[in-house]
Design a protein around this ligand. Structure first.
Ligand code: GAR
Length: 219
């Protein structure tokens, strides 16, 4: 896709990735518009940020639905109504069912705070430290039906420090890695430089064997 991209962002929490994406758009680094911000939590700071920027935003309460699939159908309807080219998961902390994933197949993107395929799931920073990892980071990937297992578009890493806690490490992964690689990966997708095809990533016309993985340690 090479046209101006319409992005729907789905978030549960602080929204720092959302902020980085919006900031990059405003700075001219990503030819896109955020056409809606969606959340399962009415009080998510991500929604407050959206409201502050005048972005369309919408919360849907899981308790109003009898099961996860029914919630996902309603969420998918709300997202589809803004006619997005890409659906961007930015700290969305509910497991999605195929009801949602299949509707946006091939244009659903996530950021996960680990160097996938390592540390899928939760508590990634604590698990990386407990394992004595010397590097840790984040990955932007296409979402498929298998949790945190879709093809990776790009990654970034930093070195861990002896005195790191899950909190200090998580903060550095967020501010140095996530906030850089998510807008960068979205720019590659929306410009057509990176394409998702037949279950794999095509970069500059060639199948991507290994995702770019840059170091984001401070100078
Ligand atoms: C980010 O670290 C993101 O990678 C992670 O949640 C955080 C959300 O922060 N996502 C996941 O763990 C998804 N499984 P944010 O709301 O400030 O962008």
């Amino acid at each position: 896709m090479t046209r101006h991209a319409r992005l729907a962002v789905v978030a549960s929490g602080r929204g720092r990735n959302l902020q980085a994406i919006q900031h990059t758009i405003e700075q001219g680094g990503l030819d896109a518009t955020i056409v809606g911000v969606f959340s399962n939590r009415r009080r998510a700071p991500a929604l407050a940020f959206a409201a502050d920027r005048g972005l369309h935003h919408f919360a849907l309460k899981p308790k109003r639905f009898h099961d996860r699939a029914a919630f996902d159908v309603a969420l998918a309807e709300a997202v589809a109504a803004v006619d997005p080219d890409w659906v961007i998961l930015a700290g969305y902390m509910r497991i999605l069912t195929p009801k949602f994933i299949d509707r946006f197949s091939g244009r659903l993107v996530n950021i996960h705070p680990s160097l996938l395929p390592a540390y899928k799931g939760l508590d990634t920073h604590a698990r990386a430290l407990a394992a004595g990892e010397t590097v840790h980071g984040a990955s932007v990937h296409i979402v498929t039906d298998e949790l945190d297992a879709g093809p990776v578009i790009r990654q970034g890493y930093i070195h861990t420090a002896d005195d790191d806690t899950p909190e200090t490490l998580g903060e550095r992964v967020m501010s140095r890695v996530e906030q850089q690689i998510y807008p960068a990966a979205l720019a590659e997708l929306s410009s057509g430089r990176v394409v998702y095809r037949d279950g794999g990533i095509i970069r500059d016309g060639q199948p991507q064997k290994e995702a770019p993985n840059d170091c984001y340690d401070a100078d």
